[in-house]
Design a protein around this ligand. Structure first.
Ligand code: NAD
Ligand code: UDP
Length: 321
Protein backbone atom coordinates (compact mmCIF):
# COMPACT_ATOMS: atom_id res chain seq x y z
CA UNK A 1 0.00 0.00 0.00
CA UNK A 2 0.93 3.65 -0.35
CA UNK A 3 -0.60 5.85 2.35
CA UNK A 4 -0.67 9.54 3.24
CA UNK A 5 -0.32 10.36 6.95
CA UNK A 6 -1.07 13.97 7.89
CA UNK A 7 0.52 15.20 11.12
CA UNK A 8 3.37 12.78 10.37
CA UNK A 9 5.97 14.87 12.19
CA UNK A 10 4.00 14.83 15.44
CA UNK A 11 4.02 12.41 18.34
CA UNK A 12 1.39 9.89 17.20
CA UNK A 13 1.79 10.49 13.46
CA UNK A 14 5.51 9.66 13.57
CA UNK A 15 4.88 6.37 15.42
CA UNK A 16 2.18 5.53 12.89
CA UNK A 17 4.66 6.18 10.04
CA UNK A 18 7.05 3.74 11.76
CA UNK A 19 4.33 1.08 11.95
CA UNK A 20 3.30 1.41 8.30
CA UNK A 21 6.96 1.25 7.22
CA UNK A 22 7.55 -1.83 9.43
CA UNK A 23 4.59 -3.50 7.71
CA UNK A 24 6.26 -2.84 4.33
CA UNK A 25 4.05 0.01 3.09
CA UNK A 26 5.15 3.28 1.43
CA UNK A 27 4.36 6.40 3.42
CA UNK A 28 3.93 10.01 2.35
CA UNK A 29 4.05 12.19 5.46
CA UNK A 30 2.54 15.68 5.42
CA UNK A 31 2.98 18.31 8.13
CA UNK A 32 3.34 22.07 8.57
CA UNK A 33 5.48 21.57 11.73
CA UNK A 34 3.26 23.82 13.86
CA UNK A 35 3.59 21.47 16.86
CA UNK A 36 5.74 18.72 15.33
CA UNK A 37 9.28 18.47 14.03
CA UNK A 38 10.85 16.71 11.02
CA UNK A 39 13.37 15.23 13.48
CA UNK A 40 10.62 12.82 14.61
CA UNK A 41 10.73 11.08 11.22
CA UNK A 42 14.32 11.85 10.18
CA UNK A 43 15.24 8.16 10.68
CA UNK A 44 12.65 7.16 8.03
CA UNK A 45 13.99 9.31 5.19
CA UNK A 46 14.84 7.24 2.13
CA UNK A 47 13.12 4.51 0.17
CA UNK A 48 9.45 4.22 0.98
CA UNK A 49 9.12 7.45 2.93
CA UNK A 50 8.82 11.08 1.92
CA UNK A 51 7.88 14.12 3.95
CA UNK A 52 6.01 17.06 2.43
CA UNK A 53 5.78 20.38 4.27
CA UNK A 54 2.24 21.61 3.75
CA UNK A 55 -0.67 23.08 5.69
CA UNK A 56 -3.62 20.73 5.11
CA UNK A 57 -6.15 23.55 5.49
CA UNK A 58 -4.96 24.60 1.99
CA UNK A 59 -5.69 22.50 -1.12
CA UNK A 60 -3.86 19.19 -0.76
CA UNK A 61 -2.12 17.68 -3.78
CA UNK A 62 -0.29 14.35 -3.73
CA UNK A 63 0.88 12.86 -7.02
CA UNK A 64 0.51 9.15 -7.74
CA UNK A 65 -1.83 6.55 -6.31
CA UNK A 66 -2.87 6.39 -2.68
CA UNK A 67 -4.53 3.43 -0.96
CA UNK A 68 -5.03 5.16 2.37
CA UNK A 69 -5.26 8.62 3.94
CA UNK A 70 -4.84 8.86 7.73
CA UNK A 71 -5.65 12.31 9.08
CA UNK A 72 -3.65 13.01 12.25
CA UNK A 73 -2.83 16.69 11.72
CA UNK A 74 -4.11 18.82 14.62
CA UNK A 75 -2.72 20.42 17.74
CA UNK A 76 -3.61 17.89 20.45
CA UNK A 77 -2.26 19.10 23.79
CA UNK A 78 -4.66 21.47 25.60
CA UNK A 79 -1.78 23.94 25.98
CA UNK A 80 -1.25 23.88 22.20
CA UNK A 81 -4.87 24.15 21.14
CA UNK A 82 -5.60 26.92 23.64
CA UNK A 83 -2.67 28.86 22.09
CA UNK A 84 -3.77 27.96 18.52
CA UNK A 85 -7.58 28.14 18.65
CA UNK A 86 -8.22 29.23 15.05
CA UNK A 87 -5.62 26.84 13.57
CA UNK A 88 -7.20 24.01 15.58
CA UNK A 89 -10.70 24.80 14.31
CA UNK A 90 -9.38 25.12 10.75
CA UNK A 91 -7.43 21.87 10.67
CA UNK A 92 -10.39 19.92 12.12
CA UNK A 93 -12.87 21.45 9.68
CA UNK A 94 -11.19 22.78 6.48
CA UNK A 95 -8.29 20.34 6.82
CA UNK A 96 -10.56 17.31 7.22
CA UNK A 97 -12.61 18.49 4.23
CA UNK A 98 -9.47 18.78 2.05
CA UNK A 99 -8.10 15.35 2.92
CA UNK A 100 -11.52 13.70 2.52
CA UNK A 101 -11.63 15.24 -0.96
CA UNK A 102 -8.21 13.77 -1.67
CA UNK A 103 -9.31 10.30 -0.42
CA UNK A 104 -12.39 10.51 -2.63
CA UNK A 105 -10.35 11.52 -5.71
CA UNK A 106 -7.83 8.72 -5.15
CA UNK A 107 -10.36 6.05 -4.16
CA UNK A 108 -8.39 5.68 -0.90
CA UNK A 109 -9.55 4.42 2.50
CA UNK A 110 -9.75 7.29 5.00
CA UNK A 111 -9.09 7.16 8.75
CA UNK A 112 -9.86 10.10 11.04
CA UNK A 113 -7.94 10.59 14.30
CA UNK A 114 -10.78 11.63 16.59
CA UNK A 115 -10.61 11.88 20.35
CA UNK A 116 -12.15 11.08 23.72
CA UNK A 117 -12.75 14.85 23.91
CA UNK A 118 -15.86 14.35 21.75
CA UNK A 119 -17.37 13.07 25.03
CA UNK A 120 -16.45 16.38 26.75
CA UNK A 121 -16.89 16.28 30.53
CA UNK A 122 -18.74 12.96 30.41
CA UNK A 123 -21.92 12.18 32.31
CA UNK A 124 -21.64 8.49 31.42
CA UNK A 125 -18.76 6.43 32.81
CA UNK A 126 -16.91 4.63 31.29
CA UNK A 127 -17.60 6.08 27.84
CA UNK A 128 -19.00 3.77 25.14
CA UNK A 129 -19.03 4.94 21.51
CA UNK A 130 -22.83 5.26 21.71
CA UNK A 131 -22.52 8.17 24.20
CA UNK A 132 -23.08 11.56 22.49
CA UNK A 133 -21.08 13.56 24.98
CA UNK A 134 -21.29 16.66 27.14
CA UNK A 135 -19.33 19.43 25.41
CA UNK A 136 -19.36 23.17 26.08
CA UNK A 137 -19.27 24.59 22.51
CA UNK A 138 -18.30 28.11 23.58
CA UNK A 139 -15.74 27.29 26.28
CA UNK A 140 -11.99 27.42 25.59
CA UNK A 141 -11.75 23.65 24.93
CA UNK A 142 -14.63 23.91 22.44
CA UNK A 143 -12.14 24.82 19.68
CA UNK A 144 -10.72 21.30 19.80
CA UNK A 145 -13.81 19.33 20.84
CA UNK A 146 -16.14 20.89 18.29
CA UNK A 147 -13.55 20.73 15.49
CA UNK A 148 -13.24 16.99 16.11
CA UNK A 149 -17.02 16.57 16.33
CA UNK A 150 -17.36 18.40 13.00
CA UNK A 151 -14.57 16.20 11.59
CA UNK A 152 -16.52 13.08 12.58
CA UNK A 153 -19.70 14.51 11.04
CA UNK A 154 -18.08 15.38 7.69
CA UNK A 155 -16.33 12.00 7.61
CA UNK A 156 -19.70 10.24 7.96
CA UNK A 157 -21.22 12.57 5.34
CA UNK A 158 -18.46 11.71 2.83
CA UNK A 159 -19.15 8.04 3.51
CA UNK A 160 -22.91 8.38 3.06
CA UNK A 161 -22.85 10.85 0.16
CA UNK A 162 -19.70 9.93 -1.77
CA UNK A 163 -19.16 6.33 -0.67
CA UNK A 164 -15.69 7.03 0.76
CA UNK A 165 -14.47 4.04 2.77
CA UNK A 166 -14.01 5.66 6.19
CA UNK A 167 -12.79 4.73 9.70
CA UNK A 168 -12.97 6.84 12.87
CA UNK A 169 -10.75 6.18 15.87
CA UNK A 170 -11.51 7.91 19.19
CA UNK A 171 -8.10 8.11 20.83
CA UNK A 172 -7.82 8.38 24.63
CA UNK A 173 -4.81 9.99 26.39
CA UNK A 174 -1.70 8.46 24.83
CA UNK A 175 1.88 8.91 26.03
CA UNK A 176 5.39 7.74 25.20
CA UNK A 177 8.67 8.74 23.54
CA UNK A 178 8.61 11.77 21.19
CA UNK A 179 6.17 13.77 23.29
CA UNK A 180 7.60 17.29 23.42
CA UNK A 181 9.08 18.07 26.86
CA UNK A 182 7.16 21.35 26.88
CA UNK A 183 3.91 20.23 25.25
CA UNK A 184 1.97 20.78 28.48
CA UNK A 185 0.32 17.36 28.73
CA UNK A 186 0.25 15.78 32.14
CA UNK A 187 2.60 12.83 31.52
CA UNK A 188 5.37 14.86 29.85
CA UNK A 189 4.98 17.71 32.38
CA UNK A 190 5.24 15.43 35.42
CA UNK A 191 8.20 13.43 34.09
CA UNK A 192 10.18 16.51 33.04
CA UNK A 193 9.42 18.26 36.34
CA UNK A 194 10.41 15.16 38.37
CA UNK A 195 13.68 14.70 36.45
CA UNK A 196 14.59 18.38 36.93
CA UNK A 197 13.66 18.32 40.63
CA UNK A 198 11.06 21.03 39.98
CA UNK A 199 7.60 21.09 41.64
CA UNK A 200 5.02 18.75 40.10
CA UNK A 201 2.13 20.95 38.92
CA UNK A 202 -1.13 19.26 39.92
CA UNK A 203 -4.18 21.13 38.60
CA UNK A 204 -7.20 21.25 40.90
CA UNK A 205 -7.15 18.77 43.78
CA UNK A 206 -5.71 16.05 41.52
CA UNK A 207 -8.87 13.95 41.97
CA UNK A 208 -9.83 14.10 38.26
CA UNK A 209 -9.16 10.85 36.40
CA UNK A 210 -7.61 9.87 33.07
CA UNK A 211 -6.85 6.55 31.37
CA UNK A 212 -3.37 6.47 29.86
CA UNK A 213 -2.42 4.31 26.87
CA UNK A 214 1.19 3.61 25.85
CA UNK A 215 1.87 4.72 22.26
CA UNK A 216 2.82 1.25 20.97
CA UNK A 217 -0.53 -0.19 22.12
CA UNK A 218 -2.41 2.80 20.71
CA UNK A 219 -0.77 2.55 17.28
CA UNK A 220 -1.46 -1.19 17.16
CA UNK A 221 -5.17 -0.53 17.78
CA UNK A 222 -5.25 2.18 15.09
CA UNK A 223 -3.46 -0.06 12.61
CA UNK A 224 -5.96 -2.88 13.24
CA UNK A 225 -8.90 -0.50 12.84
CA UNK A 226 -7.52 0.79 9.55
CA UNK A 227 -7.21 -2.81 8.29
CA UNK A 228 -10.70 -3.77 9.51
CA UNK A 229 -14.12 -3.28 7.94
CA UNK A 230 -15.51 -1.28 10.88
CA UNK A 231 -17.02 2.01 9.74
CA UNK A 232 -18.46 3.35 13.00
CA UNK A 233 -16.23 5.06 15.60
CA UNK A 234 -14.09 2.81 17.80
CA UNK A 235 -12.52 3.83 21.13
CA UNK A 236 -8.84 2.93 21.38
CA UNK A 237 -7.42 3.54 24.84
CA UNK A 238 -6.32 1.84 28.01
CA UNK A 239 -9.21 1.38 30.48
CA UNK A 240 -6.89 1.53 33.51
CA UNK A 241 -8.10 4.68 35.31
CA UNK A 242 -5.93 6.84 37.59
CA UNK A 243 -6.36 10.12 39.38
CA UNK A 244 -3.88 12.83 38.42
CA UNK A 245 -2.58 12.71 42.02
CA UNK A 246 -1.94 8.94 41.66
CA UNK A 247 -0.07 9.60 38.42
CA UNK A 248 2.10 12.20 40.20
CA UNK A 249 2.98 9.71 42.97
CA UNK A 250 3.84 7.00 40.43
CA UNK A 251 6.10 9.34 38.46
CA UNK A 252 7.86 10.37 41.68
CA UNK A 253 8.38 6.71 42.61
CA UNK A 254 9.67 5.65 39.17
CA UNK A 255 12.02 8.61 38.77
CA UNK A 256 13.19 8.49 42.41
CA UNK A 257 12.58 12.25 42.50
CA UNK A 258 11.94 14.22 45.66
CA UNK A 259 10.01 17.00 43.87
CA UNK A 260 7.14 18.46 45.89
CA UNK A 261 3.55 18.61 44.61
CA UNK A 262 2.35 22.14 43.75
CA UNK A 263 -1.43 22.55 43.47
CA UNK A 264 -2.60 25.03 40.79
CA UNK A 265 -6.10 26.05 39.61
CA UNK A 266 -8.03 23.54 37.50
CA UNK A 267 -8.36 24.76 33.87
CA UNK A 268 -11.87 25.68 32.71
CA UNK A 269 -14.02 22.73 31.55
CA UNK A 270 -11.32 20.20 32.50
CA UNK A 271 -13.13 16.81 32.35
CA UNK A 272 -13.58 15.24 35.80
CA UNK A 273 -13.38 11.64 34.63
CA UNK A 274 -12.36 9.75 31.51
CA UNK A 275 -12.18 6.02 30.83
CA UNK A 276 -12.81 4.18 27.56
CA UNK A 277 -15.25 1.34 27.21
CA UNK A 278 -13.23 -0.84 24.80
CA UNK A 279 -15.78 -3.63 24.30
CA UNK A 280 -16.06 -2.81 20.59
CA UNK A 281 -12.27 -2.75 20.05
CA UNK A 282 -11.98 -6.12 21.82
CA UNK A 283 -14.79 -7.74 19.84
CA UNK A 284 -14.25 -6.18 16.41
CA UNK A 285 -10.46 -5.87 16.31
CA UNK A 286 -9.31 -8.46 18.86
CA UNK A 287 -7.39 -5.57 20.42
CA UNK A 288 -6.64 -4.64 23.99
CA UNK A 289 -3.67 -2.81 25.49
CA UNK A 290 -0.73 -4.89 26.79
CA UNK A 291 1.57 -2.37 28.42
CA UNK A 292 0.88 -1.35 32.02
CA UNK A 293 1.13 2.27 33.13
CA UNK A 294 4.17 1.37 35.23
CA UNK A 295 6.02 -0.19 32.26
CA UNK A 296 4.99 2.51 29.82
CA UNK A 297 6.02 5.28 32.19
CA UNK A 298 9.40 3.61 32.79
CA UNK A 299 10.06 3.55 29.03
CA UNK A 300 8.94 7.17 28.70
CA UNK A 301 11.10 8.23 31.63
CA UNK A 302 14.11 6.54 29.95
CA UNK A 303 13.39 8.57 26.82
CA UNK A 304 13.20 11.89 28.68
CA UNK A 305 16.36 11.01 30.67
CA UNK A 306 18.27 10.40 27.42
CA UNK A 307 16.87 13.62 25.96
CA UNK A 308 17.98 15.52 29.05
CA UNK A 309 21.44 13.95 28.88
CA UNK A 310 21.77 14.91 25.19
CA UNK A 311 20.80 18.48 26.06
CA UNK A 312 23.25 18.52 28.94
CA UNK A 313 26.05 17.41 26.64
CA UNK A 314 25.00 20.15 24.23
CA UNK A 315 24.63 17.65 21.42
CA UNK A 316 22.57 18.66 18.41
CA UNK A 317 21.23 15.12 18.13
CA UNK A 318 17.54 14.88 18.87
CA UNK A 319 16.53 11.47 20.10
CA UNK A 320 13.70 9.93 18.17
CA UNK A 321 12.82 7.11 20.55
P1 NAD B 1 1.12 16.47 17.92
O1 NAD B 1 0.90 17.89 18.20
O2 NAD B 1 2.38 15.83 18.41
O3 NAD B 1 1.04 16.17 16.36
C1 NAD B 1 0.17 16.86 15.50
C2 NAD B 1 0.90 17.13 14.19
O4 NAD B 1 0.01 17.77 13.27
C3 NAD B 1 2.11 18.06 14.38
O5 NAD B 1 3.26 17.52 13.76
C4 NAD B 1 1.65 19.36 13.70
O6 NAD B 1 2.73 20.11 13.19
C5 NAD B 1 0.71 18.83 12.62
N1 NAD B 1 -0.27 19.82 12.15
C6 NAD B 1 -1.11 20.59 12.90
N2 NAD B 1 -1.85 21.38 12.11
C7 NAD B 1 -1.49 21.11 10.82
C8 NAD B 1 -1.89 21.59 9.55
N3 NAD B 1 -2.83 22.54 9.43
N4 NAD B 1 -1.31 21.07 8.44
C9 NAD B 1 -0.36 20.11 8.54
N5 NAD B 1 0.07 19.61 9.73
C10 NAD B 1 -0.48 20.10 10.85
O7 NAD B 1 -0.15 15.68 18.49
P2 NAD B 1 -0.41 14.13 18.67
O8 NAD B 1 -0.54 13.82 20.10
O9 NAD B 1 0.55 13.37 17.85
O10 NAD B 1 -1.88 14.00 18.03
C11 NAD B 1 -2.05 13.56 16.70
C12 NAD B 1 -3.52 13.38 16.41
O11 NAD B 1 -4.12 12.45 17.31
C13 NAD B 1 -4.33 14.68 16.53
O12 NAD B 1 -5.30 14.73 15.49
C14 NAD B 1 -5.01 14.55 17.87
O13 NAD B 1 -6.21 15.25 17.92
C15 NAD B 1 -5.22 13.04 17.97
N6 NAD B 1 -5.31 12.61 19.37
C16 NAD B 1 -4.18 12.48 20.14
C17 NAD B 1 -4.30 12.10 21.46
C18 NAD B 1 -3.08 11.89 22.34
O14 NAD B 1 -3.24 11.53 23.51
N7 NAD B 1 -1.88 12.07 21.87
C19 NAD B 1 -5.56 11.87 22.02
C20 NAD B 1 -6.68 12.04 21.22
C21 NAD B 1 -6.55 12.40 19.88
N1 UDP C 1 -2.76 18.28 34.48
C1 UDP C 1 -2.13 18.55 35.69
N2 UDP C 1 -0.88 19.09 35.66
C2 UDP C 1 -0.23 19.37 34.50
C3 UDP C 1 -0.88 19.10 33.26
C4 UDP C 1 -2.15 18.56 33.29
O1 UDP C 1 -2.68 18.29 36.77
O2 UDP C 1 0.92 19.87 34.58
C5 UDP C 1 -4.10 17.68 34.51
C6 UDP C 1 -5.14 18.35 33.64
O3 UDP C 1 -5.79 19.39 34.34
C7 UDP C 1 -6.08 17.19 33.32
C8 UDP C 1 -5.15 15.98 33.27
O4 UDP C 1 -3.97 16.36 33.97
O5 UDP C 1 -7.01 17.01 34.37
C9 UDP C 1 -4.78 15.56 31.85
O6 UDP C 1 -4.32 16.69 31.19
P1 UDP C 1 -3.68 16.65 29.72
O7 UDP C 1 -3.32 18.05 29.37
O8 UDP C 1 -2.60 15.63 29.66
O9 UDP C 1 -4.83 16.12 28.75
P2 UDP C 1 -6.44 16.18 28.73
O10 UDP C 1 -6.85 14.82 29.12
O11 UDP C 1 -6.95 17.20 29.70
O12 UDP C 1 -6.72 16.52 27.32
Amino acid sequence: MRVLITGAAGFLGSHLCDRFRQEGHSVVGMDNFITGTPENVAHLRGDGFELIQHDVTEYVHVSGELDGVLHFASPASPTDYLELPIQTLKVGSLGTHKVLGLAKAKGARFLLASTSEVYGDPLVHPQPESYWGNVNPIGPRGVYDEAKRFAEAITMAYRRTHGVDTRIVRIFNTYGPRMRPGDGRVVSNFIVQALRGEPITVYGDGGQTRSFCYVEDEVDGIYRLFASDERDPVNIGNPGEYTVAELAELVLELTGSSSELRYLPLPEDDPKTRKPDITRARELLGWQPDISLRDGLSRTIDYFRRLQEEERLGSATILTG
